[in-house]
Design a protein. Structure first.
Length: 222
């Protein structure tokens, strides 16, 4: 079955959220310097590249990333193409028609044609609280987006994040859905078990569904 890697590359050029810690790598052992093997240390924000936010990221009483329900990050998903509206742009709640969400339990949004992990743009499309509420009410258990955040860069309240959390919806951000056709897939995007962590990088992939598989997913237990 075909696999789509929908993760951003993590390298020094990967754009962090402004003011956050970029990726850096330091070699502790190198074979050309007499080491028996190659060993490196990395330093980066857990929000660099493709990642999932734990509720602890925006709620002091929320679970850390080690405590999240892994079932939400594994299973059937649907890729939708939706353009943001407004300034700054948000996914319009009206675009999330019932027929688009019918039978889905995980939704990934492609909001742009081109994705460059090296470039930060303040005018990225966010999900926002209104669209988040529609998804939570529809029983979606995970939502992903091909931009850095569910809320705008200047947001302090992070209403979209809170709406998803209270609706039982997990979050994926900074997906690269370039070239992925809209439709249904299997998603695998497991976070690291970082105790006390507010987020975790993920290696997110989509896997083609088996031939003859039902297009409608079986719901994940709540």
């Amino acid at each position: 079955m075909r696999i789509w890697d929908i993760s951003e590359p993590i390298e020094p050029a990967t754009a962090p959220f402004p003011g956050d810690t970029p990726f850096a790598q330091e070699w502790v052992l190198r074979q050309e310097r007499g080491g028996s093997c190659n060993v490196s240390t990395i330093r980066m924000s857990v929000h660099v590249g493709t990642h999932t936010d734990a509720p602890l990221h925006f709620d002091l009483a929320g679970p850390d990333i080690a405590a999240v329900d892994l079932r939400r990050y594994l299973g059937r998903c649907r890729v939708l193409e939706v353009r943001g509206e407004g300034t700054p742009p948000q996914i319009p709640a009206a675009a999330l028609r019932p027929e688009l969400l019918a039978g889905a339990e995980r939704i990934l949004f492609r909001t742009r044609e081109h994705h460059d992990h090296r470039i930060w743009r303040d005018d990225f499309t966010a999900l926002g609280p209104e669209a988040a509420a529609v998804l939570a009410q529809a029983g979606i258990v995970l939502v992903g987006i091909d931009t850095p955040s569910m809320d705008h860069a200047a947001s302090k309240a992070l209403d979209g994040h809170h709406t998803l959390f209270h609706g039982g919806v997990a979050i994926l951000e900074n997906l690269d859905l370039t070239g992925v056709p809209t439709g249904d897939y299997e998603l695998i995007a497991l976070p690291l078990r970082i105790v006390g962590g507010d987020s975790s990088p993920v290696r997110a992939i989509l896997r083609e569904l088996p031939s003859g598989a039902s297009p409608l997913p079986t719901r994940t237990p709540s």
